[in-house]
Design a protein around this ligand. Structure first.
Ligand SMILES: NC(=O)c1ccc[n+]([C@@H]2O[C@H](COP(=O)([O-])OP(=O)(O)OC[C@H]3O[C@@H](n4cnc5c(N)ncnc54)[C@H](O)[C@@H]3O)[C@@H](O)[C@H]2O)c1
Ligand SMILES: O=C(O)C(=O)C[C@]1(C(=O)O)C=C[C@@H](O)C=C1
Length: 362
């Protein structure tokens, strides 16, 4: 089986790593730059790489388009002009689905099938350097076949995606964009607006930046995402975003009213409602390179306490992937953030530390 990946960056590279080395599979990477193709091979992410679109697509059974959303349609067009292998499946990983699915449907590929795709995993990092074999593990992977897509082809793609260990979900492309606009694209816009607002204040007083602690970091991680990738996503989902921004402004207006009216009960109610909904979110799944499985441990301000916790975990053969002190002040208990690569390690660490008398929370 020959799998071609156009754009071997964070997502394309992570997919390539999932397929590479499987028996009978050859993964070919495509980039418009020779230096990039050399890098893909040197890093061992693909079996071969080329700058030629024709060469990459030739005889491919499966083609993944992993370029910015704004480039997807021209790739579908270019592929439609090539003599593709009969039964070839072309899929993409773009964060919006309606426009590319509509475009491919209109085009009517000869002997090949287009099935829109979107793995709901990622990170604020980009490029092949950020690719990971585990990125998509346990994440939802949305496929958006249309009524013209044969079920057999969808099943074939679903079967191939098993290598990623993601969970496939079938959705309508337009509905996908409404929902993902709300739970992914809007948060990115809010994070960026918030960072830029604070950066403005910081120009006259750098204490803003120096005091920015856990809360600011937690809500703004995604503001460091790639500008071109996100420009394309937001423009492609423009209509949906305009409605969502307007709803967001209404939410902010509500907060302004509550503040103006000094309505403490109303403010507390907003937090209560939000906390309740958030506590019902599905269990945190792996799907991000940076966050993985995490828990927080309240630690007393004793010298050597961090070493003691790390040693306890080590003795129990629990693999810690990161450890961060997020709050530590004299005479006040601190908070340790522990990150693990496996859910099982998180569960075992929680049980162990709780039985040793530590307060562990998620
Ligand atoms: N970053 C995420 O969290 C995330 C998650 C799911 C899906 N996606 C989608 O995956 C796709 C790729 O995003 P990524 O995060 O892997 O980005 P990336 O920047 O890591 O990779 C993009 C790849 O496309 C190539 N590329 C960039 N501009 C190009 C152009 N003009 N022509 C041809 N190739 C070009 C780059 O060389 C790179 O290999 C996007 O469509 C994005 O919407 C991103
Ligand atoms: O975790 C992140 O950094 C992401 O931005 C991942 C995220 C998301 O918003 O959840 C971003 C874009 C994708 O299309 C899918 C996933």
């Amino acid at each position: 089986m020959r799998i071609a990946i156009f754009g071997v960056g964070l997502i394309g590279g992570s997919l390539a790593l999932c397929f590479k080395g499987k028996p009978g599979v050859h993964v070919v990477g495509h980039s418009i730059n020779r230096s990039s193709t050399e890098k893909y091979v040197a890093r061992g992410v693909v079996d071969s790489a080329t700058t030629s679109l024709e060469e990459a697509a030739l005889d491919a059974d499966l083609i993944f388009l992993c370029v910015p959303v704004g480039r997807l349609e021209e790739y579908v067009d270019a592929l439609s002009r090539l003599p593709l292998k009969r039964g070839c499946i072309i899929t993409d990983v773009g964060s919006t689905k309606a426009s590319v699915v509509r475009h491919a449907d209109k085009l009517g590929l000869q002997g090949a099938y287009f099935i829109g795709g979107h793995p709901m995993a990622g990170s604020e990092r980009s490029g092949v350097e950020a690719a990971s074999l585990h990125l998509l593990e346990n994440a939802y992977y949305v496929l958006t076949p249309t009524e013209n897509t044969p079920a057999e082809q969808v099943n074939k793609l679903e079967g191939l995606l098993k290598c990623t260990r993601a969970r496939v979900v079938i959705a309508d492309a337009v509905q996908h964009d409404d929902i993902v606009g709300a739970i992914s694209h809007l948060p990115h816009m809010i994070a960026v607006a918030l960072v830029n607002q604070i950066a403005g204040y910081n120009e006259s007083n750098d204490l803003y930046m120096r005091l920015a602690a856990g809360g600011f970091r937690d809500i703004t991680r995604i503001a460091s995402s790639d500008p071109v990738i996100w420009r394309d996503i937001l423009l492609s989902n423009r209509e949906v975003m305009l409605k969502l921004v307007s709803d967001w402004q209404e939410r902010m207006d509500r907060f302004s009213d509550l503040l103006r009216q000094e309505d403490g009960d109303g403010i507390a109610e907003e937090f209560r409602t939000a906390g309740l909904f958030r506590s019902q979110l599905p269990e945190r799944r792996k799907g991000m390179i940076t966050s993985l499985f995490e828990c927080y441990v309240d630690v007393p301000d004793h010298p050597g306490i961090i070493g003691k916790i790390a040693t306890e975990l080590g003795h129990a053969k629990i693999n810690l992937s990161n450890l961060q002190i997020i709050e530590s002040r004299e005479d006040v208990p601190g908070i340790l953030r522990l990150s693990f690569r496996q859910a099982e390690d998180l569960d075992r660490a929680t049980a162990l530390l709780t039985s040793s008398g530590y307060d562990v929370h998620m």
